[in-house]
Design a protein. Structure first.
Length: 475
């Protein structure tokens, strides 16, 4: 068995009646080159061959009595692959709007915690004889990078596939008894005073490094520097302003997809001497600005974005779970010039990186692993019940950029055309923008609370419009 880290378990605590904790993705496939028809049986057979390479897909959660310690992944003695792989069809010729509507409904459904925390759907009926595969996995099991690594286990470099060792009969390891779990939890609790002293020492040593980050956030919340004649740099982080999507969310979702040429993004990158990620952030800033103007809701202050940062080192390559940190960056929606937005974005990202770099990652891991899950769950319920996250949001939205393969790949013999991410929204942060790169394109997946951003497809279209404006400026 494998114990979850505190960060892994935190994604379990974030689940409420309105918020799920899984992430997903949609692979749009062209099966014309496939040696065999891509149907439910073929997809099931392909996955059955690869299951030994991804043990977590056959493991379920085992909670510790009274929530005194982090839960464990244990083999599911009743594992049923056919339960996890499903099929549905769009009325042909299915459009992208019909696909996103179906995926939005599937993504809104929570995963059954009594089973391994993943599902896969084969979606047929798309126009041009294409098919889609939508997969969702709980964030407690994967982050963005490990999710990409998981996908590479399922993908091949040719339609013919690859030689996979014959799958052995699955013999689940017996789970530990409740008494054994209680003993393990008691031992961890006995170690807690020592851990407290050690964690306090680490925190005290880290205080000088954390000072620039804390002062920027707290100063912005208190309005420091906004007095007579005060000038705040556009790239400095302040308090997150109120927007239509920073409100309580419902269980319902909207989803939109867009793809842009990576060459176009690199043209802008070279013209203004910035990074690809800077261009992506500037595209988001321009799109959000136009959408907020449409809704008469553009704040005078810039938005704040939380950007996940992978801290996966060589020793953790190929492992699942979460190895992420985060940085907060300004999104200059208050600037009306696209080049100005890009320039400020570049400076804001540099500032965010410098602040994030001073936070010791070991400290983040230790803090997240310190509190027993029962206490974390109760604290989460209090936070959600009081509405702190939408009254004083620490940031307005999450923007994530995940690398993908830059060579053609195949799933069950079908060529992968596009891979669209589908991420998480939570109470107070009802909008998420995630980008995956694949084969010369950037694929944007936007997720929102259905009631807060009902016209999310319009927002997705503004991303393309902003890139067009930047290309014109670059020329």
């Amino acid at each position: 068995m494998q114990q979850l880290t505190g960060l892994d378990a935190a994604f379990l605590a974030l689940e409420t009646a309105n918020s799920t904790g899984h992430v997903g993705g949609v692979c749009v496939l062209d099966p014309s080159e496939a040696p065999r028809p891509l149907d439910l049986a073929e997809l099931t057979d392909t996955l059955a061959q690869r299951l030994p390479l991804v043990p977590v897909l056959r493991r379920k959660l085992l909670e510790v009595p009274l929530g005194l310690d982090q839960p464990y992944w244990v083999d599911d003695p009743d594992f049923d692959l056919e339960y996890h792989i499903r099929e549905l069809a769009l009325p042909a010729p299915g459009s992208m709007a019909q696909l996103t509507e179906q995926v939005a409904r599937l993504h809104a459904r929570p995963l059954d915690r009594r089973r391994p925390l993943w599902e896969m759907y084969l979606i047929t009926g798309l126009a041009d004889d294409r098919v889609a595969v939508y997969t969702k996995v709980h964030h407690a099991a994967i982050d963005g990078v490990s999710g990409t690594e998981l996908l590479t286990v399922l993908l091949d470099l040719s339609p013919e596939g690859r030689n996979v060792p014959p799958a052995q009969d699955f013999v689940p390891a017996p789970p530990p008894s409740r008494a054994a779990l209680a003993v393990r939890a008691a031992a961890r609790l006995a170690w807690r005073p020592v851990q407290t002293v050690r964690l306090s020492g680490e925190f005290v040593r880290a205080v000088p490094a954390l000072a620039p980050v804390v002062s920027a956030v707290v100063g912005g919340m208190l309005g420091l520097g906004r007095g007579d004649g005060g000038v705040i740099e556009s790239s400095s982080l302040g308090r997150a302003p109120a927007t239509p999507f920073n409100r309580p969310i419902t269980p319902h979702r909207r989803i939109a997809f867009r793809s842009v040429s990576l060459d176009d993004v690199k043209t802008v990158k070279r013209a203004f001497d910035v990074s690809v990620n800077d261009v992506v952030m500037a595209m988001c800033a321009g799109a959000l600005r136009q959408w907020l103007i449409d809704h008469d809701a553009l704040p005078a202050a810039p938005l704040n974005a939380m950007i996940p940062v992978s801290v996966r080192d060589e020793n953790s390559q190929g492992t699942l779970g979460n190895k992420v940190s985060a940085m907060l960056a300004t999104v200059p929606t208050q600037i009306d010039d696209p080049v100005g937005r890009l320039t400020v974005t570049h400076e804001a990202t540099k500032l965010a990186k410098s602040q994030q770099a001073v936070i010791p990652q070991g400290l983040v891991d230790n803090i997240s692993d310190f509190a027993p899950p029962a206490l974390v769950a109760r604290a989460a319920r209090v936070v959600f019940a009081t509405g702190v996250l939408h009254r004083l949001p620490p940031f307005n939205l999450c923007i994530s950029n995940v690398p993908g393969p830059n060579i053609p790949v195949y799933l069950a013999g079908a060529r992968l055309l596009a891979q669209y991410p589908v991420s998480v929204v939570t109470d107070g942060q009802g909008l998420n923008i995630t980008v995956v790169g694949y084969l010369g394109q950037l694929h944007f997946g936007l997720v929102s609370c259905r009631e807060l951003v009902p016209d999310i497809d319009v927002l997705a279209g503004y991303l393309v419009d902003e890139l067009d404006l930047l290309l014109k400026a670059a020329a």
